[in-house]
Structures are given as C-alpha cells and as structure tokens.
Ligand binder design. Structure first.
Ligand SMILES: [Zn+2]
Length: 384
C-alpha cells in the first residue's frame, strides 16, 4: 500500500451507535451529578445532612466533616450506579470488554474507596485552612491541591494503576532495542517500557506515557503488542516518545495549575456571595457549603472542557509530528491508526461539533490525512 492511496473508510453503523450511546451516557452522568449538587443546595438537604453528621460526629469538626463527605459519596454512588452499570453492559454489547461482573464490582468498589480517600483528604485540608486563614484559604488550598496532583501523577504508575491492572517490563528485545535507538536519536532516555495487561478486562488497545521523574514510563497494552507488527508498535512508541520529548506531562500540570487556581478563586468568591448576600450558610467553615464549592469547580471544568480538549488535540498533533520524523516510513503509523480505530470502535469522522466538545484526540481520519500530507512533502521518495 502506498501512503498516498490510503483512505479512511466511513464509520460503520456499529461504531456510530456505540459512540452515540456513550455520549448520551456521559451527558446523563453530567445531569445526575450536577442535579445532585443543585438539589442538595436548593432543598436545604445539605444542611440536614451536615446537622446529622455533626450529631453523629459529636461536634468533633474533622470527624463531622468526614461523615458528611461519606454521606455525599454514598448517595452519589447510589445515584450514578445505574449509569455505571449501563456503561459496563455497553462495552459487552459491542464486544469491547472481557471483564466479568465480579471483577467489575471489585473495580467499582476500589474506585469508590480511592475517590472517598481523596475527597476526604482534600476536604479536611481545605476546611482546616478555611478555619485557620479565612482570607487566604483558597491560595493555600490551591498549593496543596497541586502538590497532591503532582504526588499522584508520580505514584500513579506504581501505586494506583496496579490496583486495577497488572504490569510487567516489556520482554520483546527487538522492540526494546528499537526504542533505545528512537530515544538516542531524540537525545533522551525513557526509564522503561511496560506491558499493560489490558486483555484481562478489555478488547481495546492503547498505549500511554505516564508518571513523573523516576516513575516516567511508557505503557503499552498487551492487546496492542499481540496484534500489531513491530513497525506499527514502533510508530505508537514514537508517538508516546513525542509526548515525552515535548514535556507534555509537565505542561499538563501547568495547565491544570492555572485552571484550578481560577477554580479556587471563583469558589471563594461564590462562597462569600452565598454567605454575605444570600445568607445561605452561616460562615465559610460551615461545610454544608461543600456542594456549592464542588458545583463551582465542576461547572468551571465543564465550561473549560472544549478549550482543554483543543489543547490536548494540539499536543497529540505535536506527538504525531514527532513520530513521523522519527520513523523511516509513515505507513506503519497509518495502518496502526486504522487498526486502533477499528479495534476501539473510535469514530473516524465525527462532526466538527462533537470533535470540539468531546474529543481529546484529533479524529483518526484527520491524523491519517495529516500523516499522508506530511509524507508527501518530506518523504517523497517513499510514495509511488
Ligand atoms: Zn498521544
């Protein structure tokens, strides 16, 4: 196959149905979580729950707050359980999942506990600073949030991901040698490449650059290693190396820092307005205002999602460009993209609106077209 003759096929009815249902599920999930927060505030249930938590915690502030967070976490899990289960069924209906119900429930519980630990820790820190420094709590809260975020980015590949998947250092010597060569050409060294045992749960394929500092590594799904040629896997690795060379993880952290600073600032303003002007809460340290804080944070991330997705697509294009420059021929990149699209039922031709609103990666049709255009210009000898 010559690179100039490759065309991406239109999406199959199956692909369209899968993606359409998934988008509806995401939308429903948004409605449920925003609806829950709004209902808590509008009905005054948040005050009822915080009063109950205070009674159960016997006026021990940190314990009261934990009980309150536990209530919210249980109720929101109950509310979203139906949608979560439907998502699990959806993956099976489209033959994308191998996971048994027992393993899925185990993962759901682990995820819930992790979320609870994280939310409790953050809430305890934020409200203790609200009490210590009502004026500057939002700046201190932001600094701690970012520190926590960096900590989690670093430990994720060694502590969090292994809770859900098994990993092992890549055994394929030929691939390892190729990656070393890619890295040498880039003047950089990746600490490791790990095989991600995704096949136990999913039929999809994926690869990613994860971690920070000494945990920085590329993870490649076994589903990819088993079914793709060495040239195709090299192209995928070169793309991930592109993320590394461009420092995308660090840049993402900086973007995250800017967004959350705006979030903490806005939360402080909105909380003050709710207390001073609307008399919704007695004071800042009244943790019944937590749903309002969460509402501001999630509202802001929702509003910024198209911009953040646009930034993410930009970084993907950078990593792609890096990949094409690295590999001798872009054809394996193109065939790998086609295979990935088919295997994961990704839409190759989403509408522009869907792309702008939801997609963190450029559509496969555009990535392939860009690769072909690049090859025509920079590798004319390979095209016939
Ligand atoms: Zn990427």
């Amino acid at each position: 196959m010559t690179t100039s003759e490759t065309h991406t096929n239109p999406d199959t009815p199956e692909t369209l149905a899968y993606n359409r249902t998934k988008r509806w599920l995401e939308l429903a999930d948004l409605v449920v979580s925003f609806g829950f927060l709004i209902a808590l505030l509008a009905t005054g249930w948040t005050n009822t729950l915080s009063a109950l938590a205070t009674r159960l915690g016997r006026d021990h502030y940190a314990l009261d707050l934990f009980i309150y967070v536990l209530f919210l976490s249980i109720i929101s899990k109950v509310l979203s359980f139906g949608l979560d289960f439907y998502s699990f069924r959806l993956e099976h209906r489209f033959n994308l999942s191998n996971q048994h119900i027992g393993s899925w429930i185990k993962d759901a519980i682990k995820g819930w506990v992790l979320g609870l630990v994280f939310a409790t820790f953050l809430a305890e820190v934020v409200y203790s600073f609200i009490r210590i420094s009502p004026q500057y709590w939002w700046i201190i809260g932001w600094v701690i949030f970012i520190a926590l975020f960096i900590f989690f980015a670093q430990v994720a590949p060694v502590v969090l991901f292994p809770l859900f998947y098994k990993f092992a250092p890549l055994q394929n010597e030929e691939l390892k040698a190729r990656l070393v060569r890619l890295g040498e050409r880039a003047g950089t060294r990746i600490r490791g490449v790990y095989e991600w045992k995704l096949s136990e749960k999913s039929r999809k394929a994926n690869a990613a650059l994860t971690g920070l500092g000494n945990t920085r590594r590329i993870i490649v799904a076994d589903t990819l290693l088993q079914n793709y040629s060495d040239d195709e896997i090299e192209a995928v690795l070169a793309h991930e190396l592109g993320h590394h060379v461009h420092g995308h993880i660090l840049k993402n952290i900086l973007v995250e820092a800017a967004v959350t600073l705006a979030g903490f600032w806005a939360a402080n303003e909105v909380l003050r307005y709710a207390i001073d002007d609307r008399k919704m809460f007695q004071h800042l340290a009244d943790f019944a205002n937590l749903p309002l804080l969460a509402l501001v944070a999630s509202g802001l991330s929702l509003v910024l999602m198209p911009a953040l997705n646009a930034y993410s697509r930009f970084t993907e294009r950078q990593a792609d460009l890096y990949c094409w420059k690295c590999v001798a021929d872009v054809t394996p990149y193109i065939t790998a993209m086609e295979k990935l699209g088919k295997q994961n039922l990704s839409e190759s031709h989403p509408s522009r609106l869907v792309e702008v609103l939801f997609h963190s990666h450029p559509p496969i049709s555009k990535r392939i077209a860009a690769a072909e255009a690049w090859a025509k210009k920079h590798r004319p000898s390979l095209a016939t």
